[in-house]
Ligand binder design. Structure first.
Ligand code: BJW
Length: 235
């Protein structure tokens, strides 16, 4: 019998930082170099779709070539070897959890290697550049595709399922996220209200650090494999 039966793991940009993908906040963060109102809101996209496509086309190239790191691999191993149920909820739009082998995974902020058609609502795999004249493979309409990512003011994906998982988990682990963006920033409180033990694994204390029962600070590639080993030994 495992110590914890239902584990929810929330991941953020810090998990992929050591795979060469940038984080959002802080000195070298994406939001230091780009205005999020211009590139990460539906209003910004309506004003200047080319600018938004250029921003995501550049990041798509990086994501296509990035490799999973020791932290992604450790989480995939946990899912394979742990006796309890593991759900990974990621805010990241990269594909590194899949590359590492995670299966029970929800992308709450969408996926960069997919496009969403604003005409027919279908999602399609998309690994090349998007432009204002790209054609939807589902409905054939031109100029209606956008990156399949969740911008500010939009409802994140899978919320019903995530809230149910938070209500039922007995361990909540947050990895590599600053805890500044809602609703993800509120997950720790939701989990704790239902009795879960909460653990923060991050380079530094996050904005919501006082909500957690335990903290481990350091690079994800060091602290995540160690914490996973601890969980696996306790089985
Ligand atoms: C390492 C490391 C290493 C570094 N090892 N660690 C006022 C109050 C409350 C809410 C709102 C408000 N005003 C507006 C809102 C809502 C808004 C919001 O939260 N705004 C805040 C800024 C205040 N939220 C929304 O609009 C969301 N939708 C919504 O709320 O819908 C309504 C709703 C109602 C009720 C229920 C449910 C919904 C949508 C948010 C969409 C966010 N989109 C983005 C862009 C996605 C596409 C893209 O990638 O471009 O998502 S923004 C960006 O931030 C991205 C990320 O997923 C998200 C979180 O960032 P993350 O992952 O935490 O990264 P960082 O950079 O912030 O932190 C990295 C951390 O890692 C740091 O702590 C480092 O120290 C650490 N680190 N290297 C370990 N090696």
């Amino acid at each position: 019998m495992a110590d914890f039966e239902n584990i929810v793991i929330l991941t953020g940009a810090g998990l992929s930082a050591e795979s060469g993908l940038g984080t959002f906040r802080g000195k070298d963060g994406l939001w230091t170099n780009y205005d999020l109102n211009e590139v990460a809101t539906p209003e910004g996209f309506a004003r200047n779709p080319k600018k938004v496509h250029d921003f995501y086309n550049l990041r798509r190239k990086g994501v296509k070539h990035a490799q999973a790191n020791a932290a992604h691999n450790a989480l995939a191993k946990l899912e394979r070897d742990y006796l309890g149920r593991i759900l990974v909820v990621t805010q990241n739009i990269d594909a590194l959890h899949q590359k590492a082998g995670s299966k029970n995974l929800r992308h709450m902020h969408g996926e960069l290697l997919k496009a969403l058609c604003q005409k027919c609502d279908n999602r399609v795999e998309w690994v090349t550049d998007l432009s204002t004249s790209s054609q939807c493979p589902s409905c054939g309409e031109k100029g209606c595709l956008r990156p399949d990512v969740v911008w500010f003011g939009e409802m994140p994906y899978h919320m019903e399922e995530i809230v149910t998982a938070l209500e039922n988990c007995d361990l909540f682990i947050s990895i590599g996220t600053s805890g500044t963006v809602y609703p993800a920033a509120g997950f720790v409180e939701q989990a704790r209200q239902n009795g879960a033990h909460a653990v923060e694994l991050n380079l530094e204390p996050s904005d919501g650090t006082s909500s957690f029962n335990e903290h481990f600070h350091g690079p994800a590639t060091e602290i995540v494999p160690k914490y996973v080993e601890r969980l696996l030994i306790s089985v």
